[in-house]
Design a binder for this molecule. Structure first.
Ligand code: DX5
Ligand code: ZN
Length: 217
């Protein structure tokens, strides 16, 4: 699959979200980080903001839920207009039931792993998912340094996806930039979240184009 670049609005100006969402022309998805100050030590936005964002942009929304009890909340993000919803396996009580519910409501179902969570116990769950997110920083904040130690996990996950012949997207999130994206792509990632590397750039749309060129090199 061609590389997909998903700018993270966590690094955008929250007082100008509609403009910031529209500034990243050429982005495949808009990555929306939902944090509840329980699963991670930071608080961002919730369902009403996602509803407004969905109205403000034609770019589909990729909601990354860093929250406790995603079993209860994730379906509401589909109703709010998200086209892809990612829950953390560390927080989900029933990941298979939840993934099925997200799909049944019409969105892509995705599961995220924190850096210390291995992929191997979840091999049998992969057919239930449309995307797997491997965190390349500890979730909670933008602008952190990329964790190179996650590259072997990305590689092993790509091997599992190939072994089972699945159409599963493999997303990386955290510290993805001009200097790290090629390593992620080499390891087998095909969906790239970038917050500070896009919104910290003088021209966010140009940053998206540059990242895509590098990922496909
Ligand atoms: C971190 C979030 C990321 C964040 C990435 O917990 O999940 O999506 O926005 O920001 P950068 O690209 O700056 O590391
Ligand atoms: Zn994220």
């Amino acid at each position: 699959m061609a590389a997909q670049i998903n700018p993270s609005i966590l690094s955008a100006d929250f007082a100008r979200l509609a403009d910031e969402a529209q500034a990243v022309t050429g982005a495949d998805w808009l990555h929306v980080d939902v944090m509840d100050n329980h699963f991670v030590p930071n608080l961002t936005l919730g369902v009403p903001v996602v509803e407004s964002l969905a109205r403000a942009t034609d770019t589909p929304l990729d909601c990354h839920l860093m929250i406790e009890n995603p079993d209860r909340w994730a379906p509401q993000y589909v109703e709010a207009g998200a086209s892809s919803v990612t829950f953390h396996v560390e927080a989900a009580a029933a990941p298979v039931r939840l993934a099925r519910e997200i799909r049944a409501k019409g969105a892509r179902a995705s599961m995220a792993l924190k850096p210390a969570t291995p992929i191997e116990p979840f091999e049998d769950l992969l057919p239930e998912l449309d995307m797997l997110l491997i965190m390349t920083v500890e979730p909670g904040f933008g602008g952190q340094a990329f964790l190179d130690i996650m590259l072997p996990k990305i590689r092993r996950t790509r091997e599992l996806i190939s072994k089972h012949g699945l159409e599963l997207w493999l997303q990386v999130d955290g510290g993805v930039s001009a200097s790290t994206i090629e390593r992620c792509a080499d390891a087998g990632a095909d969906v790239f979240v970038a917050g500070s590397a896009v919104y910290g750039a003088e021209d966010p749309a140009e940053a998206v184009r540059a990242l895509r060129t590098q990922a496909e090199a």
